[in-house]
Design a protein around this ligand. Structure first.
Ligand code: NIG
Ligand code: FE
Length: 409
């Protein structure tokens, strides 16, 4: 079914915007007083509103009253949104002097969440995930990646992946599952024995539920040497790789690039040598400002990564330990101020560049042949969005052409 939607004060199209490197305002492909013609959820044409209406016999028109900026729906390419329980106690412990790694080494942190996820029913986990998806939808997210990783055994890793699949069928937003069996090592295992267990007992079944696999590359989790053969085996099983890399110690990003991973995520302590590697690599550099805010750490070097020519994406990392806020748009506004990112760089990082980290080329740009996944903000000037640091929410959201949110205030 054809529909014409508009006029919008500005449409940020990103039609021709480069996949990698620094960007300026002129790179966003801004069109003023324009509309969109869509057919079956896919964009056919973006152009002057009057022309779209005149050139189409008996069009179905959704007229937008008042000033609005339209941009692609947000793609959040890294989250841990299936969890049970709260880690508020960790926040307090860290602020009293313990480090994230010390809490983990003492058997808490991620391992506490593993315990609670093990005790939770699928129904409990689904209900909480559903609520979080709806909240993210109100923040403008139309594609959401979600990791397992709080199961750490066959039963509970698969339970998490099934929860993602089942909720995906109940919501309109696309949910993309990632198998993160190698998040941390359970207490009763040697690390390499645990990875052997994952390969033998979990990964083949997880592959039926997820095309992507992740591992936490870190001294307290899985160091490079131990992780490498495991990752190679996952690749041979057909998984696309993405890695938690360089959050507290470096080495993971170089490993991700060397293994042709789709993305390397975190990068708070990536060395300048490894930053340059992203310039000639197809591995997307994903930064997670929510984790820096949660842990009180420096932000990842987003500016330097862009200047080195990286494809930079920004994701929420929404999880109960390091990044409990989940507010991607607020995190974008804050990161932009700290790392001196232009609006073009920031918005690209949560649209088509983030889509690339998930292997999608059909979303993240408002251009012909792309899905009409879009959000409209009640303002005439795109600059208001990041300036207001997440307090200006989209008041309309479309997923594959379907209007899911329409608020008048
Ligand atoms: O991306 N660092 C490893 N994993 C998550 C945190 C998970 C947790 O603390 O529950 C992250 O920060
Ligand atoms: Fe994470």
């Amino acid at each position: 079914m054809q529909q014409i939607i508009g006029p919008f004060s500005q449409i940020l199209t990103f039609e021709q915007t480069a996949l990698k490197g620094p960007l300026q305002v002129q790179d966003m492909g801004i069109l003023e007083n324009t509309g969109v013609r869509i057919d079956s959820g896919v964009i056919v044409e973006v152009g002057p509103f009057e022309g779209l209406v005149k050139n189409n016999a008996r069009p179905q028109v959704m007229e937008i009253n008042g000033s609005h900026v339209l941009m692609p729906g947000l793609v959040d390419c890294h989250s841990h949104m299936v969890w049970a329980g709260s880690r508020a106690v960790d926040f307090e412990r860290r602020n009293s002097g313990l480090s994230y790694q010390e809490i983990l080494a003492s058997g808490g942190g991620i391992l506490d969440t593993v315990k609670w996820v093990g005790q939770a029913t699928k129904g409990n986990l689904k209900e909480d995930l559903h609520e979080r998806i709806l909240r993210h939808q109100y923040d403008g997210v139309t594609t959401q990646e979600i990791k397992s990783g709080y199961g750490l055994d066959a039963e509970n890793e698969l339970k998490m992946l099934e929860v993602i699949h089942e909720v995906d069928r109940e919501v309109k937003v696309d949910l993309i599952p990632t198998f993160l069996g190698a998040h941390v090592c359970p207490k009763d295992y040697e690390r390499s024995d645990f990875l052997d267990y994952l390969l033998a007992e979990v990964a083949p079944k997880a592959k039926l539920l997820a095309d992507r696999a992740d591992a936490f590359i870190e001294a307290e989790a899985f160091p490079v040497q131990i992780a490498q053969p495991y990752l190679m085996a996952l690749k041979n099983l057909g998984f696309n790789l993405t890695l938690h890399a360089d959050q507290f110690s470096s080495g993971g990003a170089a490993l991700a690039i060397q293994m042709g991973a789709k993305s390397a995520d975190h990068l708070e302590v990536t060395t300048s040598e490894d930053i340059t590697l992203f310039g000639t690599s197809n591995t997307v550099a994903v930064v997670l400002p929510g984790a820096s805010l949660g842990l009180g750490m420096a932000f990842a070097p987003a500016r330097a990564l862009l200047d080195a020519g990286a494809c930079l994406a920004i994701a929420s990392d929404w999880n109960p330990g390091s990044a409990p806020s989940g507010d991607l748009l607020a995190q974008c506004g804050i990161l932009a101020a700290h790392q001196k990112l232009t609006a073009a760089e920031t918005f690209s990082g949560v649209t088509f560049r983030a889509a690339r980290a998930l292997g999608f080329t059909d979303r993240g740009r408002l251009a012909p042949q792309h899905l009409f996944d879009a959000i409209a903000f009640p303002t005439h000037d795109y600059r208001e969005i990041l300036y207001q640091q997440g307090t200006l929410k989209p008041n309309m959201l479309w997923k594959k052409g379907e209007l899911l949110i329409k608020r008048t205030t």
